[in-house]
Design a protein around this ligand. Sequence first.
Ligand SMILES: Nc1ncnc2c1ncn2[C@@H]1O[C@H](COP(=O)(O)OP(=O)(O)O)[C@@H](O)[C@H]1O
Ligand SMILES: [Mg+2]
Length: 261
Amino acid sequence: MDTQDPKIRFDNVTKVFGEGVDAFTALRNLNLDIADGEIVTVVGPSGCGKSTAMNIVAGLQDVTSGQCLVNGTEVHGPGPDRGVIFQQYALFPWLTVRKNVEFGLKLQGLGKDERRKRAEHYIALVGLSDFADTLPKNLSGGMKQRCAIARAYAVNPSVLLMDEPFGALDALTRVRLQDQLLDTWSRDKRTIMFITHDVDEAVYLAHRVIVLAARPGRLQEIIEVDLPFPRNEDIRLSSEFTKIRNRVWHAVYTRSDKETA
Ligand SMILES: Nc1ncnc2c1ncn2[C@@H]1O[C@H](COP(=O)(O)OP(=O)(O)O)[C@@H](O)[C@H]1O
Ligand SMILES: [Mg+2]
């Protein structure tokens, strides 16, 4: 890959579900480049194709036309270069935190000692060392999501795909996990595509906020977040932040109000 090439490219991606009279265009002619090491957040009304776009990058869904490239190569299925984190954790309930994190490493063919070492590192990173031998049912929502994050990180993907990962969590836990995500990003500079319903979260995390519109799902607007890193509470409370947040809010909600009116 040329260093100038985008890490992720949507090249005129269209996704149609169903056929004939039942055909539904979930995404129409999406063109979007995401740079290596960039954090983009994706917002838009329910059903505008956010998850579809992410699933296409993840290789969990095919495109109907156009193409999706990661590292300059067309996506044809999931791979260890892309870690996926969903809202509903998707942990194996019968495995401890440690075994959940080790699971993907086993698939990669790592030996037992290396698996354990790597898992321990990432479990510590998300602050779950004291719960390494705990089953998911005995963890809070925030802890389960931290476990899911550790599991995705452990495989060492260069792209993290996160679909409303903090959506089910309380506000304080959410803010903590946002800061933790940025803190980790500041060290590893992975490319992150992060879907959220929360406009504040979208602005706080991102270099750019991608706003999608619905019916059919399509690109509405890209809003640059011209705020410095590291982000912190001062930035969250600044008037610059509020300005950008209001722009995103306007792009998302004014538009969908008009559509449903
Ligand atoms: N497997 C599917 N079959 C048919 N329609 C689908 C399927 N997956 C998603 N859709 C439709 O495509 C649209 C976009 O879905 P999705 O990407 O999940 O939206 P979002 O994540 O933005 O809420 C929705 O209207 C949804 O009903
Ligand atoms: Mg979704």
